[in-house]
Design a protein around this ligand. Structure first.
Ligand SMILES: Cc1ncc(COP(=O)(O)O)c(C=O)c1O
Length: 386
């Protein structure tokens, strides 16, 4: 048996939706399927205003522009994230300032963010790693109190909620991804959520998404001709992809349920070894979240060597287990910005010692049992050598 790290299987409902978009003969962005997908997301998110986008990256770029960031501004964000989280800031001329991960979990909490704030801090960018948030309510309160913009990189977090609100709706702006590796897939795709206080920016967001024009108003018959209004780009996804996304959103509950079954099985296994010194931490279903989307399952070992050993043994059993982000402050780009590995020690140690187990909704129970069995054997051997 070979267990890949990720597997994409497109169901019959998704295929039917894509065929209807093709047969309709109108496949550009902003059509019926885009509007439908946006409505479905708005329902899921309790009525927040949603604009579909071509990717999570592009949703972040729109958020950065709408935040009014400019050269000289600083944005505090985690180093342990995907480069798009920082690129969107650089594109505005502002500077990303990297924060360490918290002692527990793989997010930066309010303490780590606060440590990196200065008089130039204009925004906080919080990343919800694995669909989990840390201190998001406190960050909202701090942003309100200090006049900062709060952006949520909720690329992995659709379907999770904390402290009474859906993740992605706490911020002035929330950004989701529908990349093939996410819980809900369009191949490539994303969405920008406007926080309640930012809904007045909806027309501007539409214009930035549509070449810097008022084409969306023109399509609604609100103007006789469309024109160039401001600097923009093309961030509007094709109706074909939005048909696929709409069908995936319909399946949301069942996708999460299947992912949770795998997550819970891994958590039960790791609980057996939780007291062992060679395991620093592992994914835990959160207690402070009303909803959790089980996006990924990670284990942090006590050293990169131990992680490599586990990963190698899994590979011998034909199971793909992957590390994750190379921290941004340790990347070539981060180094060119003046960072050194030891600047964020905890991020460095934890990121290099982290491994993720295969987790997707179409992992069969037989495959899941195989992963649990093999991982159990490897962990038992490691525990014996302790
Ligand atoms: C935390 C995070 N932010 C942003 C992105 C970018 O999303 P996309 O691939 O849809 O551009 C990703 C995707 O991998 C991500 O994991």
């Amino acid at each position: 048996m070979r267990i890949p790290f990720n597997r994409t299987v497109i169901g019959s409902k998704e295929k039917k939706a894509v065929m209807s978009a093709l047969e309709r003969g109108s496949i550009a962005g902003g059509g019926m399927f885009t509007l439908n997908a946006e409505k479905k997301l708005e329902n899921v998110l309790g009525g927040a205003r949603v604009l579909a986008a071509t990717s999570g990256t592009h949703a972040l770029e729109m958020a950065a522009v709408l935040s009014g960031l400019k050269p000289g501004d600083e944005v505090v964000m985690p180093s342990f994230t995907y480069p798009s989280t920082a690129n969107c800031i650089l594109k505005t001329g502002a500077k990303p300032v990297f924060a360490d991960v918290a002692a527990q979990g793989m997010n930066s909490g309010i303490e780590e963010i606060r440590e990196k704030m200065s008089g130039r801090t204009r925004a906080i960018l919080s990343v919800h790693y694995g669909g989990l948030s840390k201190d998001i309510m406190e960050m909202r309160e701090m942003a309100d109190r200090d006049g900062l913009v709060l952006i949520e990189d909720a690329a992995q977090a659709l379907g999770s909620a904390a402290s009474g609100r859906h993740l992605g709706t706490w911020g002035d702006f929330g950004c989701f991804s529908f990349h093939e590796t996410k819980n809900f897939k369009a191949g490539e795709g994303g969405a920008l959520v406007l926080g309640k206080a930012r809904e007045n920016l909806a027309e501007r967001a539409e214009s930035i998404r549509n070449g810097g024009t008022d084409k969306a108003r023109f399509a609604r018959g609100q103007t006789n001709h469309y024109q160039w209004i401001e600097e923009g780009s093309m961030y509007l996804p094709s109706d074909i992809l939005m048909a696929l996304l709409g069908a995936q959103i319909d399946e949301m509950d069942s996708i999460i349920e299947k992912r949770l079954a795998v997550f819970n099985a891994y958590e039960r296994l790791l609980d057996k070894y939780g007291g062992c010194k060679f395991i620093k931490e592992y994914s835990k279903a959160p207690s402070g979240h009303e909803a959790f989307n089980a996006h990924l399952f990670y284990v942090v070992f006590d050293s990169p060597e131990r992680r490599r050993f586990f990963q190698g043994q899994m590979e011998k059993d034909s199971i793909q287990a992957f590390t994750h982000y190379w921290p941004l402050h340790m990347s070539l780009m981060g180094k060119s910005m003046g960072y050194h590995d030891e600047d964020l020690k905890r991020t460095c140690e934890k990121a290099l010692s982290l491994v993720r187990l295969p987790l997707y909704e179409n992992l069969s129970s037989e495959e899941m049992e195989y992963v649990v069995l093999k991982a159990d054997c490897i962990l038992r051997e490691m525990a014996r050598g302790e």
